[in-house]
Design a protein around this ligand. Structure first.
Ligand code: GDP
Length: 184
């Protein structure tokens, strides 16, 4: 499972909230070393990969390309089941978010969008954004269709549904590269 999002969207807070139910090991965090990727053990055989936030590289084409290559390579891993995408509810889906969704869906990965910081909007404004994002996701006409929900790490909104999505996604077989009779 991978979790991605634009820098400052609320990804770290979402990871902390989502993984707080157990004392989780941050398996690749080593002092004195800068790591591009952090892995969190959700359960045996189930890891959450924290992808580097995007947005920081908006101005620098080279960095943006490097980021794109890294993400594209990660999305090719057969063990990857799905992508949770953290988006600031006040901004909604932006072009880099849609790019990531397109890559993930090309790989037939399941995608779930957390509209984070939902506590920053009134209930009706947050629901309006959710409806707009769901309509946009439906218009992408990929299967499986990407889903979305409101989320607030601070208020705890949507925590249970986000965990349910993670559990379902991890429990299902990988959608890609399943052997067929023709492969043998
Ligand atoms: P990241 O860069 O995507 O990992 O984002 P962070 O989790 O570090 O959060 C970026 C900023 O948004 C910080 O100032 C957080 O306190 C704030 N933030 C994160 N989650 C929430 C939330 O649920 N509600 C509110 N109001 N602020 C949040």
């Amino acid at each position: 499972m991978a979790i991605a999002g634009r820098s400052n969207a609320g990804k770290s807070s979402a990871i902390n909230a989502l993984t707080a139910r157990k004392a989780l090991a941050r398996t690749s965090k080593q002092p004195g070393r800068t790591r591009l990727l952090n892995f969190f053990e959700l359960a045996p055989q189930a890891r959450l990969v924290d992808l580097p936030g995007y947005g920081y590289a908006e101005g620098a084409r080279e960095e943006r390309d490097q980021w794109g290559e890294l993400i594209a390579a990660l999305l090719l891993r057969d063990s990857l089941r799905g992508v949770m995408l953290v988006v600031d509810v006040r901004r909604g889906l932006l072009p880099p978010d849609e790019q990531l969704i397109a890559w993930a869906q090309q790989r037939q990965l399941r995608v779930h969008v957390l509209l984070a910081k939902a506590d920053q909007l009134s209930g009706s404004a947050a629901r309006q954004t959710l409806t707009r994002v769901e309509q946009r996701l439906a218009s992408l006409s990929a299967t499986p269709r990407a889903s979305a929900q409101l989320f607030s790490a601070h208020a705890g909104t949507g925590l249970a549904s986000a965990r349910t999505w993670l559990d379902h996604c991890l429990a299902r077989p990988a959608a890609v590269h399943e052997p067929t009779l023709n492969d043998s």
